[in-house]
Design a binder for this molecule. Structure first.
Ligand code: FEO
Length: 398
């Protein structure tokens, strides 16, 4: 693919990773792949904004080479140290050792340890500017969005914001612009990315958005480092972030379970039918049948969560533990929860679930629904009623 012009003398020169399916270890399943977006600005001092994962260095250099000799790049802006964006810095600096690397203070610390402390670094802070010739760049530190080193770069005259990981999504596509991509797919991937990368940092997001205009940052284009570039409907993207960071959730219930001999599964189905009978949409899955990152997206954007597990050794099944660990970090706000599960000779799973959901900040709104051995017809009817009543609690929750 050729470089893609996004504005006069500004080009996308990144890489498309069609095949990657796991991100951040194996915690984030990305069935649609991703892109690593790097941008080239042509001016008296040609400038590269971010690079790509190391295995795509050749692809990036080839794209740059179709516009200028990579040896002529004067500045390389590193908005974020994580290797999906910094991984090709060594390849760039090997070709062009005189290039100056612009980054935050924490960025310098990270890049020095990852790669080399011999590079020509220039540390920038919020409000600092850099003249490239006819245009200027302005920097905005964005610590914890999503690493301490993260920063945004703003091309002042072009009104392009390069916010690195913020406003991105994992979506490999031959289209570079958001307005060229199916809006439903784009929103789904944006939400999933927000839930898995940014949700725990939500309180920082409205403040960072508010900080931009007083700094003179009024973008007409938002060019993140993953996925689509926004040149239209920027308000829609900003509103998504304000809504999600404000704790928005759908009036919907997520029913998840792990089971040994399908008794808890039968309970889950009956509970889900009860929820649906009250007119509340429901998502139901065995935990191990759906990637954890998809479950996280469902949970953080739904008002109600019902979690079930069979009991083994007076405790819940091991398959439930990774999800509960994730939830403790995410702390979904103002959500209502409940537990259910079958047991044989002794219970214990539902008590453990209630304790763990409470630690995640959920309010347990109903006593747990339990069944010994296999559910009878009357017990399944009770599960249905349990789901129906829980739906009522969700309707009444803020
Ligand atoms: Fe935090 Fe896309 O790396």
């Amino acid at each position: 693919m050729e470089p893609v012009k996004i504005a006069e003398n500004v080009y996308w020169v990144g890489a498309i990773d069609w095949e990657v399916r796991e991100f951040h270890g194996s915690t984030y399943h990305i069935p649609r792949g991703t892109t690593y977006n790097a941008y080239l600005i042509l001016d008296e001092k040609p400038t590269l904004i971010d690079t790509v994962r190391d295995s795509f260095a050749g692809e990036m250099l080839e794209r740059i080479g179709k516009i200028i000799d990579p040896k002529d790049i004067h500045y390389i802006i590193s908005n974020h140290t994580e290797p999906d964006h910094s991984g090709s810095l060594p390849a760039m600096l090997n070709i062009n050792p005189k290039a100056k690397v612009i980054c935050s203070g924490k960025g310098k610390e990270g890049l020095s340890k990852y790669y080399s402390d011999k590079w020509d670094f220039q540390v920038v802070k919020t409000g600092d500017t850099l003249n490239l010739g006819k245009r200027n760049l302005k920097f905005i530190e964005a610590p914890m969005l999503h690493w301490p080193d993260s920063m945004f770069t703003y091309a002042v005259e072009d009104q392009i914001l390069f916010p690195n990981d913020a406003f991105g999504e994992h979506l490999a596509s031959s289209q570079r612009f958001a307005d060229e991509i199916d809006p439903a797919i784009l929103e789904e991937e944006l939400k999933k990315y927000y839930a898995n990368i940014l949700y725990p940092l939500s309180r920082l997001i409205p403040k960072k958005i508010e900080e931009l205009a007083p700094l003179g940052v009024t973008p007409k284009i938002i060019a993140p480092s993953h996925g689509a570039i926004w040149r239209k409907d920027l308000d829609k993207l900003i509103q998504f972030y304000l809504k999600w960071s404000g704790g928005w959730a759908e009036e919907k219930v997520v029913v998840l379970y792990e089971t040994i001999w399908d008794s808890t599964k039968k309970m889950a189905k009956a509970i889900a039918e009860g929820v649906a009978s009250a007119g509340v949409p429901v998502f139901v899955s065995k935990i191990s049948e759906t990637p954890l990152s998809d479950l996280i997206k469902e949970i953080v954007f739904s008002k109600g969560f019902i979690l079930g597990s069979s009991t083994v050794n007076n405790d819940l099944l091991a398959g439930v533990v990774p999800l509960l660990e994730e939830l403790k970090g995410l702390k979904p706000r103002a959500r209502v929860g409940a537990a259910f599960g079958s047991y044989g000779w002794a219970g214990g799973a539902t008590k453990a679930i209630e304790e763990q959901l409470t630690l995640s900040g959920m309010q347990i709104v109903m006593p747990a629904q339990t069944v010994r051995f296999a559910p009878s017809e009357s017990e399944l009817a009770a599960c249905f009623e349990f789901g129906k009543q829980f739906a009522g609690k969700v309707k009444g929750s803020s």
